[in-house]
Ligand binder design. Structure first.
Ligand code: EPU
Length: 426
């Protein structure tokens, strides 16, 4: 597997961003579509507007590891997948350890090869991996699931439709069970499904492939199993998290940006919260204009499944809140341990405290550049935002975390007037 050199981002803050930015294709739709394309036993799938990010490269490597012929034409943002010969049912540890979405490849392997082995689970139990909804769903569809010391082995002598449910509306869980049900004879009903726009785009892709799915966007999905899925062409929707991060870049620097490919409808509650803080949105035809002219106001945010405030934007909004005039209250409800940003922001002079299960951000503070750690993708991009507003130089590492999910961050921000470079660490 290519892991690439260690990189870091160097940001010198203070420039209000101006100009036009192109929103990338949605990571959390593209990854599922790459996995779903392996369910087509004939022909070649063409995916357009695929974001050139590290997580997509991991998904390509995983598809290749099981025998698919995949070509990622990065300049064209186009992926071509020929899955006519799948040769291995093993999802190897060196990829799965870096790529949690590996479990999305299980349905294709179960249908095409009758088994799947997910390596590299490190002996932890299914619950603590938080993929229990997926494995329980596969079992209800008729797979046997054996958890070993360091791998999970699934076997299926033909899945069949069943009544499934999700304890909470898991985003990937919904997509994965829909994929598994698509080729399972009979009817599958899934209760409590996720409503995220990416789920609807994945359903649209599967429907083009020949799947029979109803109820997308209602919380209750029904799938009538079909006997085969065909290779098709699809354009991945724009990435609403990437779009909102750039809206927040305009907010934190006091700039004005034109976003190409952003849909306000996909922002959900994020739109209203940013407006309450003092960010102005204007739709001009297909362009979304974002600007901030006055002092930001503090905000209350509680993360929720769509259309609630996206958990992936909790770190970025925490960074923006540092500049607001008063105390903001931000509570994460989707993931444990998503407050890694707090310590890093405080290194930059912010006044953020964890108070019970929420964080309080005491603003406004003058952020100062220093060396900070990107503990995960969204912490990383939030620190880049903080760096854009900070005095002096902020060094964010490892850059890999940011490159997992956002395309050409330094190049796109530089075009907007930011002073940012990505460099190879010593
Ligand atoms: N959960 C379980 N068991 C499961 C599945 C989920 O307990 O089997 C729990 C999780 O532990 C979590 C909650 O349910 O507490 C929600 O998890 P969900 O399954 O919805 O998250 P996901 O599908 O694994 C996707 C995105 C995440 C995004 C979340 C929420 C992909 C590849 N990942 O994860 O994206 O935060 O939905 O919208 O689609 C990111 O892009 O930075 C990222 C983490």
């Amino acid at each position: 597997m290519t892991s690439g050199p260690e990189t870091r981002y160097r940001v010198r803050g203070g420039n209000p961003l101006q100009g036009t930015v192109f929103v990338q294709g949605a990571k959390n739709a593209a990854l599922k579509m790459i996995a779903a394309s392996l369910m087509a036993a004939k022909g070649r799938t063409v995916l357009r507007n695929v974001p050139v990010i590290e997580d997509v490269r991991r998904a390509v490597e995983l598809a290749q590891a099981v025998g698919a012929v995949v070509k990622f034409h990065e300049a064209e943002r186009t992926l071509v997948v020929d899955a006519s010969q799948l040769t291995s049912s093993v999802l190897p540890a060196e990829i799965t350890r870096r790529f949690r979405a590996s479990v999305l490849f299980v349905p294709a392997l179960l249908h095409r090869l009758g088994e799947a082995t997910v390596e590299g689970i490190g002996g932890c139990n299914l619950g603590s991996r938080n993929l229990d909804f997926h494995y329980r769903g596969f079992a209800r569809l008729g797979a046997t699931v054996d958890e070993g010391e360091s791998q999970i082995h699934l076997k299926a002598n033909g899945l069949r439709g069943a009544h499934l449910y999700l304890d909470t509306p898991s985003h990937t869980g919904t997509e994965n069970l829909i994929m598994a049900a698509s080729l399972a004879p009979g009817t599958t009903v899934i209760d409590n499904t996720a409503l995220e726009p990416e789920v609807l785009d994945v359903i649209a892709f599967l429907t083009k492939m020949g799947a029979r799915i109803t109820g997308g966007g209602t919380g209750f999905v029904t799938v009538q199993g079909v006997s085969e899925l065909t290779a098709v062409e699809h354009t991945v929707m724009p990435d609403r998290i990437d779009a909102a991060v750039f809206a927040m870049a305009a907010a934190i620097t006091g700039g004005e940006l034109s976003l190409v490919g952003a849909s306000l409808d996909h922002f959900g509650v994020v739109r209203w919260k940013l407006e309450q803080m003092g960010v102005e949105f204007a739709t001009q035809g297909a362009i979304l204009q974002v600007r901030r002219e006055r002092q930001l106001r503090p905000i209350n945010v509680i993360t929720c499944p769509f259309p609630g405030f996206a958990t992936d934007l909790q770190s970025p909004i925490t960074a923006v809140s540092c500049l607001a005039d008063g105390t903001s209250y931000i509570r994460e409800t989707i993931f444990d341990g998503r407050y890694n940003l707090v310590g890093e922001l405080n290194k930059m002079g912010a006044k953020v405290e964890v108070a019970g299960n929420a964080v309080l951000v005491h603003g406004p503070t003058a952020l100062k550049g220093t060396e900070v750690i990107a503990h995960d993708l969204r912490t990383g991009i939030a620190l880049v935002l903080a760096g854009l507003a900070a005095e002096g130089e902020t060094v964010v590492a490892p850059g890999y975390q940011i490159d997992r999910g956002h395309v050409s961050v330094a190049a796109r921000l530089t075009t907007l007037g930011a002073d940012i470079t990505e460099e190879t660490a010593d």
